[in-house]
Write a protein that binds this ligand. Structure first.
Ligand code: PLP
Length: 373
């Protein structure tokens, strides 16, 4: 998170300490500013964005608000999809009798778009897919998948946790129906705030699973006003808004989105892809197994070291390598026995060189010394 974002969050807390009134203090307007800035980032409009706590809440809000009928099905690639999206579907299976239809990842660990297309039938309501999978770093061919789903009248719900902010995702051009994102990863914000994009026409055909005062259109009336038994839902995705917002997090993300917006996502994408290709080539030359980037089309800004099904020995080695990196100030995420390098606008080519040098140093250590280094 940039220090400017911390300063912005602190400005909110300073105002809160002084008892700033919600009706007149500018610090509360950060919510509408971030809604607008997030929409711009993905080529949508502010009315197509609702605020959430995180990715999981966004996915669940969307999935739980569908009018499921027993026998409907939802398609997901559980090999590489995040568990949060998969559990949201299990919940619908157990509450509404839907079928969760699984497809396996491709041989190069990517979202199996062709297989998904074949598995769609007249009972398919939704396909859940990550823009970049957290498990293997593969980038999904969303434009193709989206076009197919749209033609079949199937909703495409995208988990954008691992890419939005670093890679461009123009939602309308990619035929994405809904997109859940959290602020804490590539939006460079704190935890506790997320965004859910829902295509306007789709949002307006839906009835949210939860309803609160902010979901209802009462013009400029105060939030405490009872509108009566007959009510009109807010336009677009705003009908999914509920109670008070995370204003401090919104203030922080407001500043983060200014930095990302000034750099521009297409320029960030070019930068992170250059770093990722450089690291991929450098690590490949060391002989380490790389699960990411096996196929050029699927390469993303994530580079993942490890194997598809790690042996106990692989797990041990990966955890030792991770500790070796950490001791040299190199931070990687260790997931499912694999090490994930994730790039953003602040990373540099020198850092990539440092990783490759550290890897070679680690490889030169005798086996027993590796454990204690
Ligand atoms: C692809 C993906 N989806 C969802 C999540 C969970 O995000 P959140 O904690 O914001 O719900 C993560 C977290 O790492 C993720 O990588």
């Amino acid at each position: 998170m940039p220090s400017a974002s911390r300063t912005a969050a602190m400005a909110f807390y300073d105002a809160a300490v002084l008892g700033a009134p919600k009706e007149t203090s500018d610090v509360f307007n950060a919510v509408e500013r971030v809604r607008e800035k997030f929409a711009r980032l993905i080529g949508a409009t502010a009315n197509e964005v609702t605020l959430t706590r995180n990715v999981t809440e966004g996915l669940n809000m969307m999935i739980a608000s569908l009018d499921w009928k027993p026998g409907d099905n939802a398609i997901v690639c559980s090999d590489i999809e995040h568990p949060n999206g998969v559990y949201a579907l299990y919940n619908m299976r157990d509450r509404h009798g839907i079928e969760v239809r699984f497809v396996s990842a491709t041989a190069d660990y990517a979202m199996p778009v062709e297989t998904i297309e074949k598995r769609i039938d007249k009972h398919t309501r939704v396909v859940v897919a990550s823009s970049v999978t957290f498990a293997t770093g593969a980038r999904t061919a969303l434009a193709r998948l989206g076009e197919f789903c749209r033609r079949q009248g199937v909703m495409l719900l995208v988990d954008g946790a691992q890419s939005v902010g670093a890679l461009d995702l123009p939602v309308h051009a990619s035929h994405v129906d809904a997109l859940a994102v959290g602020a804490s990863k590539y939006l460079c914000g704190p935890y506790g705030l997320g965004f859910l994009f829902i295509r306007r026409e789709l949002a307006e055909s839906m009835r949210p699973a939860y309803l609160g005062r902010y979901s209802v259109d009462l013009g400029d009336a105060h939030e405490g006003v009872q509108g009566g038994e007959q009510y009109q839902l807010m336009p677009g995705a705003r009908r999914f808004d509920l109670g008070s917002y995370n204003y401090a997090a919104a203030s922080a993300v407001d500043a983060s989105l200014d930095i990302i917006g000034a750099a521009t996502v297409p320029a960030i994408e070019k930068h992170v892809m250059n770093l990722s290709r450089k690291l991929d080539a450098g690590l490949r030359a060391t002989g380490l197994p790389l699960i990411s980037g096996s196929v050029a089309d699927h390469q993303s800004h994530l580079v993942i070291v490890g194997t598809w099904i790690p042996t106990p020995e692989d797990l041990q080695l990966m955890s030792e390598l991770s500790a070796f990196y950490a001791a040299r100030g190199i931070r990687v995420s260790e997931r499912m026995g694999r090490l994930r390098f994730s790039f953003h606008l602040y990373n540099t080519a020198d850092e990539v060189d440092a990783v490759i040098t550290a890897t070679r140093e680690w490889q030169k250590l005798p086996l027993l010394a590796k454990a204690s280094s």
